[in-house]
Design a protein around this ligand. Structure first.
Ligand SMILES: [Zn+2]
Length: 312
């Protein structure tokens, strides 16, 4: 599909994208509505505020990828209940940013707990480490929302609702705890913020992100995704923010990141300073498409993150 054909929510999202994990955003969520978009087979994308939520529903219950912000939990659960009366058995967090993990505890509370069918919150172990390392930050991240089913291996497998679900750790990409979730039967990939179409990626250097890891992760997602013959359809991609995408959208995004990386690397090899690189505007031909007045990741912010990733 061509870019923007399923564009829905992108301009508003980046303002909220990167609220700190433990904090509450300064936003009123009263008017936020949850939009449910069918993706493929039994997979849905739930769009509200913050990161996209991916939902898999079936006879065994509900699996969620990311939970947006805590105040949205009742609205998210209301939509989930329209799709499935079953227990919420899994939350997978793609990374530690507050707009992706903020609703964990509230969803866990609303979903109720059946000791025989407990809810497991899964994330790469660096997510747990980061969420618990902020002892001085108030409010603390609620314990009931912590991903205590953390993994430290390159992959983690589940079988749920009749399909294999494979979670891949993508090291040092958007952060150091990024997971990509492949729904192998439904042929859907949930990428978290490694992929944010129509904008620049947020490389969170402070939390272990890097442009090198970002490119490796995008290439890995491309290995997992198989386009259909017509270049429409095939594997569908639920990005961290924005519209449902496919293989071609990732190729375009990956190429942009690689080209900008190459330009900035060449400038660093000429011993240009960060200010000189910014002044040279190495993203100029992409800025119209990738930056709006609401963008959290401005051209300068993207350039700076790439520069810091590569600078000796
Ligand atoms: Zn993020």
């Amino acid at each position: 599909m061509t870019r923007k054909t399923r564009h829905s929510t992108f301009p508003a999202l980046l303002i909220l994208c990167f609220a700190h994990a433990g904090g509450q955003p300064q936003q009123n969520f009263d008017n936020v509505q949850i939009h449910v978009e069918p993706v493929q087979h039994n997979i849905y994308m739930l769009v509200g505020a913050g990161g996209n939520t991916t939902l898999q529903v079936g006879s065994e219950g509900v699996l969620m990828v990311d939970t947006q912000f805590a105040p949205l939990a009742p609205k998210l659960m209301a939509e989930i209940r329209k799709l499935s009366p079953g227990p919420v058995r899994y939350i997978i967090n793609t990374h530690m940013h507050g707009d992706h993990v903020g609703g964990n505890a509230a969803i866990a509370k609303l979903a109720g707990s059946d000791p025989a069918l407990p809810l497991k919150i899964i994330a790469q172990e660096n997510v747990l480490n980061r969420l618990t390392a902020t002892a001085s930050v108030q409010p603390r991240f609620p314990e009931e929302g912590l991903p205590i089913d953390e993994y430290g291996t390159p992959t983690k497998n589940l079988h749920f609702n009749g399909e294999a679900i494979i979670i891949y750790h993508e090291p040092s990409a958007h952060t150091d705890g990024d997971s990509v979730v492949l729904f192998r039967g439904s042929d859907v990939i949930s990428t978290g913020d490694i992929f944010t179409p129509d904008g620049y990626p947020f490389l969170d250097i402070e939390h272990g992100g890097s442009v090198q890891g970002e490119i490796l992760a995008l290439n890995h997602i491309l290995q997992l995704a198989v386009p259909a013959k017509t270049q429409e359809g095939g594997t569908y991609i639920v990005p961290g923010h924005g519209r449902i995408c496919d293989d071609a959208d990732i190729v375009e995004f990956r190429d942009m990141v690689v080209i900008v990386r190459d330009r900035i690397r060449a400038m660093i090899q000429k011993n240009m300073t960060l200010d000189q690189v910014k002044a040279a505007k190495p993203t100029l031909d992409y800025d119209t498409e990738c930056v709006t007045s609401n963008s959290f990741v401005t051209a300068d912010r993207f350039v700076e993150a790439v520069y810091k990733s590569l600078a000796p």
